[in-house]
Design a binder for this molecule. Structure first.
Ligand SMILES: Nc1nc2c(c(=O)[nH]1)N[C@H]1C(S)=C(S)[C@@H](COP(=O)(O)OP(=O)(O)OC[C@H]3O[C@@H](n4cnc5c(N)ncnc54)[C@H](O)[C@@H]3O)O[C@H]1N2
Ligand code: MOO
Length: 394
């Protein structure tokens, strides 16, 4: 059995960044930038007022000065003339500051009578002017790769860039396997259960930017599995669920190899997740997850999500880990790295981890309560309350 790190590094070597495509900015949320975005203008393009008030000269910004109002500047329609000493232009937030003016006095700080204003006796500091290009300048860049967050979309829009070059979404084909499975909403037979894992895995893959195809459940026959795998041929990543272990009905390894899969590995020193398998099948990468619901989802976090990020050009990075402290003692760990379902508690600036008592890899109720995977390294000794540990936030 290879280690989790070795498995991940073999998986990364199967994943190459996908080609890029140009898409409208409106559709770019969550996509990964594949080419830099270059600003087409300065922002703001002109010195702009940050407040509603009066544009004046700084030398007139003196308590109780009286100034003549000579015109108005609003957002979208500036004042065409110049502000001279002793003059003011009524100005609104976002309007270009007229020539000659280098200060905006707040309307709250003046009294207006007819076409004159008188500044108060207590004046605020600060010019209330946003300098041209103070946010960004023409030619400034947003570098790739970068997953586009909502604020990035606003920034790109402000740069006057209506389309972006992004990495194509990885196409993920999800195949649940097993005679015992029926889809939610169907009537299970006496020996059957509901297929559940695919729903978590589909949601996870989609949140990582993938396009997911949930294929029909494959039955435990070579013909059914072969037929369903054929439907997945054009996917970038084929994820099978179940049928990975050593039972007579665990056919994924046999069938995929019969179809020409070059196996990269089978079985890893991980709990849950031991019977993980991977390889290349035609132009796809195949990730064979164990069927136990928790095993498949944990492997989804540790392997599938980093693979999807690598395919989108975000580099070969494992799941993010954080440091915390045990809120309860844990027993010594065995020969497989254990990813224990746990819940975090924030206390006095530290993160405390409460591992769940029940760690059976079939317990979806526990998984749904967990927000962390507490990592127990291979052969780790028993640890007392307070011991420093690493965890993966879920
Ligand atoms: N003799 C051995 N038996 C087992 C071993 C072993 O080393 N020797 N490993 C165990 C471990 S660890 C795991 S993990 C499981 C994984 O087995 P499979 O990948 O072959 O999974 P299945 O047998 O198909 O299913 C396991 C379990 O999960 C249920 N399942 C499967 N798919 C789904 C689904 N899509 N949604 C919900 N539940 C699903 C299935 O009904 C089984 O109960 O093998 C151990 N056995
Ligand atoms: O590897 Mo299995 O997932 O321990 O239950």
């Amino acid at each position: 059995m290879i280690s989790v790190d070795e498995a991940l590094s073999r998986l990364f070597s199967l994943c190459t960044p996908l080609p890029s495509e140009i898409i409208p900015l409106r559709n770019a949320a969550g996509r990964v930038l594949a080419a830099p975005v270059v600003a087409g203008l300065d922002q703001p393009p002109f010195a702009a007022s940050a407040m509603d008030g009066y544009a004046i000269r700084e030398t007139d910004h003196r308590a109780e000065t009286r100034l003549r109002v000579i015109g108005e500047a609003a957002a979208g329609s500036g004042y065409p003339g110049e502000v001279r000493a002793g003059e003011a232009v009524r100005i609104f937030t976002g309007a270009p500051v007229p020539k000659g003016a280098d200060w905006v006095v707040l309307q709250e700080d003046v009294t207006r009578k007819d076409s004159f204003i008188t500044l108060g006796d207590r004046l605020e500091h600060g010019s209330n002017i946003r300098g041209a290009g103070q946010d960004f300048k023409s030619g400034d860049r947003i570098e790739a790769p970068r997953r586009l967050a909502p604020a990035d979309l606003a920034l790109i829009a402000a740069m006057n860039v209506p389309e972006v070059t992004v990495t194509r979404r990885p196409v993920v084909a999800l195949i649940a396997t097993g005679n015992e499975l029926v889809m939610p909403g169907e009537e299970p037979g006496p020996d059957q259960i509901i297929a559940s894992n695919s729903f978590a895995l589909a949601a996870m893959a989609e949140s990582a930017g993938a396009e997911v195809r949930m294929l029909p459940i494959a039955r435990d026959t070579e013909a059914s599995l072969g037929f369903t795998l054929d439907l997945a041929r054009d996917a970038d990543l084929i994820v099978t669920i179940g049928g990975a272990s050593v039972g007579d009905h665990d056919l994924v390894g046999k069938v995929t190899e019969g179809m020409g899969m070059e196996r990269s590995f089978y079985k890893i020193a991980m709990r849950p997740g031991k019977p993980l398998m991977a390889g290349r099948l035609g132009t796809s990468v195949l990730l064979g997850l164990p069927g136990n619901p928790v095993s498949s989802v944990v492997c989804g976090h540790i392997f599938m999500l980093p693979m999807l990020r690598a395919m989108q050009g975000l580099g070969a990075e494992p799941a993010v880990t954080r440091s915390g402290n045990l809120a309860a003692p844990v027993e010594a760990n065995g020969p497989r790295a254990h990813y224990m379902r746990a819940k975090t508690e924030h206390r006095d600036g530290a993160v405390l981890l409460h591992p769940f008592d029940r760690q059976d890899s079939a317990l979806l109720t526990v998984l749904a309560e967990a927000n962390a995977l507490l990592i127990r390294p291979v052969g780790d000794a028993a640890r007392a309350t307070g011991a420093a540990v690493e965890y993966i936030p879920l």
